[in-house]
Design a protein around this ligand. Sequence first.
Ligand code: PGA
Length: 209
Amino acid sequence: MKKKLIVANWKMNPTTLKQAEGIVKRYKDVSNLVVCPPFVFLNSIKLNKVQLGAQNCFWLNEGSFTGEVSPAMLKSIGCKYVILGHFERRSIFKEDNKTINLKVKACLKSNLNVILCISELKQLKKSLDGIERLNKVIIAYEPAWAIGTGKACSTSLAEKKRLLIKELFPSCRVLYGGSVNEDNYLDYNNFDGLLVGELSLKKEFNSIL
Ligand code: PGA
């Protein structure tokens, strides 16, 4: 059986490179961990077995797109994963399924593994429309109300959603995300792994690795 994939989503934290280095230093050096720091820290933090991921990406590789970062750029610095369609991207930055679909296609073309976040199942088909290399797509089920609230999804509801996602996309690994902590992470043992926000910045994170 494949090892569980643990994705650390730092969001817009921490404030300094020194702090970022400190967080990574604390992590167990395991190959099933993907750390996703802010773009500015991607190229500076030193990793051994732990893998590198980005939190977002544009859908073209170069050009006049001020402020954006491309799949080719991520690839060139050794990034293997990219989170796309996170709830915060959808709600704060108004990214829709069409945009996310363009990003998924572009990242797969650059051979990046995509961690596609959804909070509702209806986002799934449109975000993955026309995509063939589904073996490189990992779906993260993260109910909007569970993200950063301390109110994790019940095991039974999460399991129901996991099965529905597997029915639609059997070749994709499925992660759970939303208020995962050191006390509840085993509730999602049927999933292929976890997408972890707040806990991934704390020293207690090691206990789930
Ligand atoms: P959380 O965030 O673990 O802090 O709830 C999860 C996420 O947003 O990916």
